[in-house]
Ligand binder design. Structure first.
Ligand SMILES: *Cc1c(COP(=O)(O)O)cnc(C)c1O
Length: 366
């Protein structure tokens, strides 16, 4: 196996889920495993999450749901994004639970589901309360719910919304979230007033699990928190699951003034020792990290220098490399939390973790 690997700490996943479940109390947990479990590997993460007590999984594409079913995962799986009409037969065959937000889609799904099975097919009504992505208008919620209920092959098993600013502690974002929650509660009430059971009511993402208890309802859908990132800095002690590691594959002395990597943007400020590690933007390590990343070798940190290449980048071990006893083939930790490269490049840990691509084998640790 190549030197560069993403070690996925499933023990940390279990601890994170225990912590989150402890916080949520009676509220059920849905673990989003979309985008290959935020880059961590959907099937192993889904299995471990269910063992740790998750009630639901969530995916973004029909193919992601089918992948879980092919791995014999039988738990309910929410489908968070809208599929094409031609994907409906697979959606039904994989028994995914789609969000439905309009009558046309409900009718199409009803036709496909009715052809396949006599049992009612579960769907969740999605209400747009301020995310502006998918969902019906709150004032249409009761009529779409009634339409779903009238479909012979469908069952309204849940009602949901998604919060756009729940991870922000800025005053105006807190009020925006409170307003979203109030609008959602009002819409759910109109469904109940129409004599319709809204099913499992859910709204909370990671930010709301940490900051908005009034958004928990019957189930919460925290993703990034499960993967170990407290994105609101609330001090909630989750641990990052993903660690990106590699090995030193080449080592050489470089004289003061000599240039390293494309464009010669970095020249050695003193006689030093440069190590090459076989990881680059072709693995999903952002090129924008060039000259900003610090890696760890034997518990000490060293600067990555010069441009990050597609498959390799260089580390300045300093003139004391020999004294530090750093040798070729030594282990290197590129990052043990995706939050660090995210901050350095002005993005979010979600994008860093999802971005570590298929060329990097995932190694699962108990
Ligand atoms: C991705 C997603 C989540 C999880 O969001 P986090 O910010 O990772 O907690 C929850 N609900 C929906 C609808 C999503 O698309």
């Amino acid at each position: 196996m190549r030197a560069t690997k993403a070690i996925i700490h499933l023990d940390a996943l279990r601890r994170n889920i225990q912590l989150i479940r402890g916080r949520l109390g009676q509220t059920r947990l849905c673990v989003p495993v979309k985008a290959d479990a935020y880059g961590h590997g959907a099937v192993p993460v889904a299995r471990a999450a269910l063992e740790a007590g998750a009630a639901f999984l969530a995916v973004a594409t029909v193919g992601e749901g089918t992948e879980l079913r092919s791995a014999n995962i039988t738990a309910p799986i929410l489908l968070l994004s809208v599929p094409l009409p031609e994907e409906l037969p697979e959606l039904v065959a994989s028994r995914l639970v789609p969000f439905v937000a309009d009558n046309d889609f409900a009718a199409e799904l009803n036709a496909v589901a009715g052809r396949t099975s006599s049992a009612k097919f579960d769907v969740h009504l999605k209400i747009d309360t301020g995310m502006g992505r998918i969902g019906c208008l709150p004032e249409k919620a009761a009529s779409v719910a009634a339409f779903i209920q009238k479909q012979s092959a469908l069952r309204l098993a849940g009602t949901a919304t998604h919060l756009a600013r729940a991870d922000s502690t800025a005053e105006q974002d807190i009020s925006y979230t409170k307003e979203q929650i109030a609008v959602f509660c009002g819409a759910v009430d109109t469904i109940r007033s129409a004599g319709i059971d809204p099913g499992i009511v859910h709204a909370a993402n990671s930010g709301a699990v940490l900051l908005h208890r009034d958004a928990w309802f019957d189930m919460a859908r925290p993703g990034i928190l499960v993967y170990g990132y407290d994105t609101v800095d609330s001090g909630f002690p989750v641990e990052p699951l993903m660690e990106l590691v590699t090995r030193i594959v080449f080592i050489k002395p470089v004289k003061k003034g000599e240039a390293v990597s494309y464009g010669g943007i970095w020249t050695a400020p003193q006689d030093t020792v440069i190590a090459t590690i076989p990881v680059g933007y072709g693995d999903g390590l952002p090129r924008a990290l060039s000259g900003k990343l610090r890696v760890s070798i034997n518990g000490k940190t060293y600067s990555q220098v010069g441009r990050i290449c597609m498959d390799q980048c260089m580390i300045d071990l300093g003139p004391g490399a020999a004294a530090d006893q750093i040798k070729r083939w030594e282990n290197v930790t590129v990052f043990s939390s995706a939050a660090i490269p995210a901050t350095l490049t002005g993005t979010i840990p979600y994008e860093i973790a999802c971005g570590i691509n298929k060329r990097v084998p995932r190694i699962y640790e108990a």
